[in-house]
Design a protein around this ligand. Structure first.
Ligand SMILES: [Mn+2]
Length: 374
């Protein structure tokens, strides 16, 4: 079988910004290529949507993307393992949900809603067996579990490979040493992963990685969401006969450049240099500064680049030597927090507040605290 593997499309990412359509454009491209390549099924490792209550635009563009599979013969779902059968149109789209889609008990999350309307098969502690031309591929999945419970839930579920089939496991977790957020340290180690699977496909971590000497592959996101470099975005095609995987980069993706700069003239120099090349999509240029510069100086470049700045202090002593007059609002806030909240990890907090996912990271954390209390 020819399977398309992907994760972390984060449909709805960048809402209200210049990048609002990036996630959708990437997803549409991938699903059109799925149709052209006549894949037998798509396996999705979580975080389809950027939030647990996506806009109707996000829901509709996702349905439109998945509908590319409806005309394809593809594999058939021959068996449902610990799951009530659902109707499947065309080539199956098999998905787990991620941390971004989690909702409280009693509510349907958006990936489950997509199953309710017949667009995909949602997995959580269960699976399906796909069949095509006598070949069988079992796909089992565990949707996102808060990290501190993940190891025990996985152990309790303890999925077993299906005999006479290729076996694939979908996860959406941090797996030591691949960590999404230091706020939620992993409990699962590579050695804890269930045995006997031909491939374990993990979402959650946005930088893709084929973990050497293991059957673990981290798919990576299809859109850049973090301030650190994440590498090329795309999807995998898996040939289940040979278990060979090939990575296919997305054509419609923005180039991302990350620089450290001291002065505004450093910044200009970089932008002048980058201006010499042509780009298919407006590139993202991120500057890490040690002190604040006048950001309006780069305004003339903003029609060519999506420019952002973040402040990284060189050392504590450097920040202390700055007078309050010279400090940015961010620096000042950092200093006040340091002084007043000794038991809060201010470095972590500020590293994440500068992250574009800040809201989601903090929101999820609060959600989990509430879940814990209930
Ligand atoms: Mn994600």
């Amino acid at each position: 079988m020819k399977l398309l593997l992907l994760s972390d499309t984060h449909i709805g990412f960048g809402r209200g910004t210049e990048r609002r359509d990036d996630a959708t454009i990437a997803f549409q491209e991938i699903m059109e290529r799925a149709r052209e390549m006549e894949v037998d099924a798509v396996l999705f490792a979580g975080d389809m949507f950027n939030t647990s209550l996506p806009s109707s635009e996000s829901m509709i563009s996702t349905m439109k993307g998945i509908s590319n599979l409806f005309g394809l013969g593809g594999a058939k779902v021959a068996e449902f393992i610990n799951k009530s059968p659902v109707h499947v149109r065309g080539a199956p789209f098999i998905a787990i949900h991620g941390n971004h889609e989690r909702r409280s008990k009693g509510f349907r999350n958006p990936v489950e809603s997509m199953e309710d309307v017949g667009f995909l098969v949602h997995l959580h502690l269960n699976g399906v067996v796909l069949e095509n031309d006598g070949e069988r591929v079992a796909v089992q999945g565990m949707s996102f579990i808060p990290e501190r419970y993940a190891k025990s839930v996985l152990e309790k579920w303890s999925p077993k490979p299906v005999e006479g089939a290729r076996n694939i496991l979908l996860l959406h977790q941090s797996i030591d040493k691949f960590v999404y957020s230091p706020l939620e340290p992993p409990t699962i180690n590579i050695s804890d992963l269930p045995k006997g699977f031909d491939l374990i496909l993990d979402g959650h971590i946005h930088k893709r990685e084929e973990v050497k000497g293991t059957n673990l592959v981290i798919c990576g996101s299809t859109v850049a969401t973090q301030t650190k470099p994440e590498g090329d975005k795309g999807f995998y095609i898996l040939d289940t006969k040979t278990m060979k995987m090939t990575f296919h980069p997305i054509k419609n993706q923005r180039k991302i450049f990350i620089y450290e700069a001291e002065t505004s003239s450093d910044v200009m120099k970089v932008l002048d240099e980058l201006s010499k090349s042509e780009y298919k999509m407006k590139p993202i240029v991120r500057f890490k500064l040690h002190k604040k510069i006048n950001e309006h100086e780069v305004d003339k470049y903003r029609d060519r680049f999506i420019i952002s700045f973040s402040l990284t202090l060189k050392s504590e002593s450097a920040s202390e030597s700055e007078s309050i007059d010279n400090m940015s609002v961010e620096d000042l806030g950092r200093e006040i927090l340091k002084k007043n909240a000794k038991n809060i990890d201010t470095n972590f907090l500020f590293n994440n507040i500068l992250d574009e996912n800040a809201f989601d990271i903090i929101y999820k954390k609060i959600g989990e605290e509430i879940d814990k209390e209930n």
